[in-house]
Structure formats: structure tokens, C-alpha cells
Design a protein around this ligand. Structure first.
Ligand code: ADP
Ligand code: MG
Length: 346
């Protein structure tokens, strides 16, 4: 069987997958990004109590918080760990099959970028899900490395590069040099924690109950890490905690800044601790070249300035922060030899 798989391998397109806690992206060599969808699966238990997929990706995310009793919208990798192996496997298979079509001749090589904090058991599960979905070979790459490559940093040189990838569930910080990760740190504080902080804030200060989606939209629309010269504001609808009635409140960017202060402080703190552990030779490079931010969380207004003030170093946002990891993983696809050097599995 594997002989046949290899024989037809040349017919298939090698694939890179950024398996993010919030979004999954798939890139095909020569074609670019072909899938960019939320890492969400909507499942329903059938009569036998067995989970059945109703939707994956955007369609499933649209169901979050709006599902009737028996339907569950799950983010299986929410906190950068695999909370639910079955659902994660279903999601990986779904995306691979969606790209790969129905052709039984097609058996791609796949590079998958996973959160840095995954355990050996979790990495094995990801690898096997992809093999079961028809991959000929699967390579795993660490998120800070993919982010650094995708941000265009010269990871192959004997120079220190510091990248901070702020995703949905985790913030991953890494110092790279000579195609390897010299230091890395992953904390479970990122976009989701900011959303949660906003939910808590509006409840405490306005008695207003809002859902995850409303909080995320507030963060994106008017959220800021620093005081703005011209504050932004918007009207938020939700439920009054005391009266139980539907109501609306005006919320400003200054409220959101206050709301997300603590989680942002934790991110800055993690960055400081990585800098403290960085060997002096590499630290010198970072002082010179600065720090690069990737991931959707880096799009918070003023976050570059906020982090720069916290560590007294220049901070830049990558050109395509939401795509950097996928692009970096795609880049790794054409350098399988480097992958084999740095791959931490097997
Ligand atoms: P992951 O790699 O963990 O899947 P992403 O890098 O895709 O995560 O980033 C998703 C996070 O980025 C979400 O928490 C989302 O709310 C946040 N995000 C996306 N766009 C913006 C924006 N313009 N401003 C602030 N946060 C954003
Ligand atoms: Mg990511």
C-alpha cells in the first residue's frame, strides 16, 4: 500500500496546515492559502449517543452560543491543548479532505504547525489524524519557529530573532537562531482571555451580560492597549444582570483598555522573562533588530507601543500577522531537510 501511495505521491500537492487555537489555515505549495477558517466543530449526538459532525469552520463558529440543546459548537484546541481528541481528529480530517478532494490517488506530504505547549501524546494524535486522512508523510513544526519564518526573519543565520505570536488561546514567544528555537515560552493568555476580561468588565461595571462574540467584536472594533488621542466608542447590546431586560450601553476604547489591562500585563511579563533568559550574544541581536509580533492578537491597537514601553525595545508587527504562521509553515514545506533537523518528534 505504501508503495502505491509513494508511486502516486507526485500527483498530490504538498500541504501546510496552521492548526491554530482560533483559526486553521491550509496552504498548498504553488497555490497559496486555500482554507482560512475558525477551528470550530459543531457536533450533535445521534440516537446512539455518538457525536456526528454538523459543520466545521466558519459555519460552525456562527453556531457558537446559538445552538439548541443537543448541538455543541466546540473549539477542540481552545487553550493550546487538545481538550477533545475525537473532535480534533474530525476537524483535521475534514480540512485535509476538503482540500484534497475525493481523489484516492492524492497523498500529500503535510507540514503541520501546532501550539508549542502540546504534549508528545497530543502531537502523536495530530500526526495520526493527518496520516489517517491520507497523508503520505507528516512533519510537525513549532509555532514560534513558523511564525518567525512567516514574518520574514532570517532564522537560518547565527543571529537571535525574537517573535511573539499572540493567537486565540496561547501567546507563544520564541528566540530563534540557526534554524532552531533557543528559548521559548507559551502562556495561555491571548485573544480569548481578552474577550473574557471584557465580558467580566461590562458585567461588573455596567451590569451588562454579553457573549463571547460581542466581546470579541468590541475588542476588535474599539479595543486598545494604550490611551488613544481620540477615543473610540460604540453602543453594546446585552442583558441587564439585575433587571433581566435587554438593554444597550455606550462603551469606549478607554473602558476596553481598562478591561484588558491585566491579561496584557501578563503577556508583557512573559516577554520580559524570555528576555531575561536570553543569552547575552543573542540579546545583543534582539536589541538591534527588535521584536516582531504575529497572530491575530497583535492587531490590538497600540499593542506594539505598549510592549515596546514595557521592555524598552523596538517592537514591530509582521506584515500579515494572521497569515504569518501559515506562510512560515508553507515555507518550511520547501525545506524538508531543515524540518528533519529541527523536528522534535521521533
Ligand atoms: P490562533 O493562531 O490561536 O488560531 P490567530 O492568530 O488566528 O489565533 O488569532 C486569533 C485571535 O486574534 C482571536 O482572539 C481574535 O479575536 C484576534 N483578532 C483578530 N483580529 C483582531 C483585531 N483586528 N484586533 C484584535 N484582535 C484580533
Ligand atoms: Mg496561530
Amino acid at each position: 500500500m505504501s508503495f502505491i501511495k509513494n508511486l502516486f505521491g507526485f500527483l498530490s500537492h504538498d500541504m501546510a496546515i496552521d492548526l491554530g487555537t482560533a483559526n486553521t489555515l491550509v496552504l498548498i505549495k504553488g497555490k497559496g492559502i486555500v482554507i482560512n477558517e475558525p477551528s470550530v466543530v459543531a457536533v450533535k449526538n445521534n440516537n446512539m449517543g455518538k457525536p456526528e459532525i454538523l459543520a466545521v469552520g466558519q459555519e460552525a463558529k456562527d453556531m457558537v452560543g446559538k445552538t439548541p440543546g443537543k448541538i455543541n459548537a466546540i473549539r477542540p484546541m481552545r487553550d493550546g491543548v487538545i481538550a477533545d481528541f475525537n473532535t480534533t481528529e474530525m476537524m483535521i480530517k475534514y480540512f485535509i479532505k476538503k482540500v484534497n478532494g475525493k481523489s484516492f490517488l492524492s497523498s500529500p506530504r503535510i507540514v503541520i504547525c501546532v501550539p508549542y505547549g502540546l504534549t508528545q501524546v497530543e502531537r502523536k494524535a495530530v500526526r495520526e489524524s493527518a496520516l489517517n486522512a491520507g497523508a503520505r508523510a507528516v512533519y510537525l513544526i513549532e509555532e514560534p519557529m513558523a511564525a518567525a519564518i512567516g514574518a520574514g526573519l532570517p532564522v537560518g543565520e547565527p543571529n537571535g530573532n525574537l517573535v511573539v505570536d499572540i493567537g486565540g488561546g496561547t501567546t507563544e514567544i520564541g528566540v530563534t537562531s540557526l534554524n532552531g528555537l533557543v528559548i521559548s515560552k507559551s502562556i495561555r493568555v491571548a485573544g480569548d482571555k481578552l474577550d473574557q476580561a471584557i465580558i467580566n468588565y461590562t458585567r461588573k461595571n455596567f451590569n451588562l451580560l454579553i457573549g463571547d462574540r460581542v466581546a470579541e467584536n468590541l475588542k476588535i472594533e474599539i479595543g486598545t492597549a494604550v490611551k488613544l488621542d481620540e477615543p473610540l466608542s460604540t453602543i453594546v447590546k446585552g442583558r441587564d444582570q439585575v433587571e433581566g431586560i435587554l438593554t444597550s450601553v455606550e462603551i469606549t476604547s478607554e473602558h476596553i483598555r481598562e478591561a484588558i489591562e491585566d491579561p496584557l500585563f501578563e503577556i508583557a511579563d512573559a516577554l520580559k522573562s524570555v528576555l531575561e533568559q536570553t543569552p547575552p550574544e543573542l540579546a545583543g541581536d534582539i536589541v538591534e533588530n527588535g521584536i516582531v509580533l504575529t497572530g491575530g492578537g497583535s492587531l490590538i491597537r497600540g499593542l506594539d507601543q505598549y510592549l515596546s514601553d514595557a521592555v524598552k525595545l523596538p517592537v514591530y508587527i509582521a506584515e500579515e500577522p494572521l497569515l504569518a504562521v501559515a506562510l512560515g509553515t508553507g515555507e518550511a514545506l520547501s525545506q524538508i531537510d531543515i524540518l528533519e533537523q529541527t523536528n522534535y518528534d521521533d
